[in-house]
Design a protein around this ligand. Sequence first.
Ligand SMILES: [Zn+2]
Length: 203
Amino acid sequence: MKSPSNTHPRPSPLPSIPDFCPACDATDKPFASIQRETEQDFRSATFRVISPVLCCRHCGFDLLGPGHLDALRLATHDAYRRQHGLLTAAEISARRKAMGISQKRFAAYLGVGSASIERWESGILVQDKASDLLIRERTDHTLFLAPDESRNPITKTVFKPSIPPAHAVTSTPVKTTTTHCVSAPSSGSNPYPNSSHVISPAA
Ligand SMILES: [Zn+2]
């Protein structure tokens, strides 16, 4: 992670969590962070993903708070990865950490740009199939070390098979774990606000 020590603090255009609701005018700090299930389109497919939002407890109006856009993007990209048998962001990170090396060293080890590792692990970008195979080929040894080598931290991470059976890819039911802070607005066909409602810039 880059050190922010020398960066000039940017003034935030909006408070991290507004103390009023622009939809119902409630002024009693009505927003709470909840997990919201939404449909997201990515690469010509639609995925149901669960990610955090700020929800007004009075009217159900949703806002994306700090970090929520990143979380939504990560959830969407990971859903795509699972459907296509690609390593998720967490799985890539776990394989690297099992080797005990930094993103920069991992990039050199794979022969890819160091920015790629950061983007894959943060969910900003989805690795292509060739890169996915490269990561697997060069990290699969972390999966098959003998148990008596467990003292080596490289063996501490146990990976689940990341390619489910074909039938599971398309028919996995989505658990409805959405937390509704209030009944959703009747007109709210799209629970996600447009970009004008995003509280903080994604980057
Ligand atoms: Zn409200």
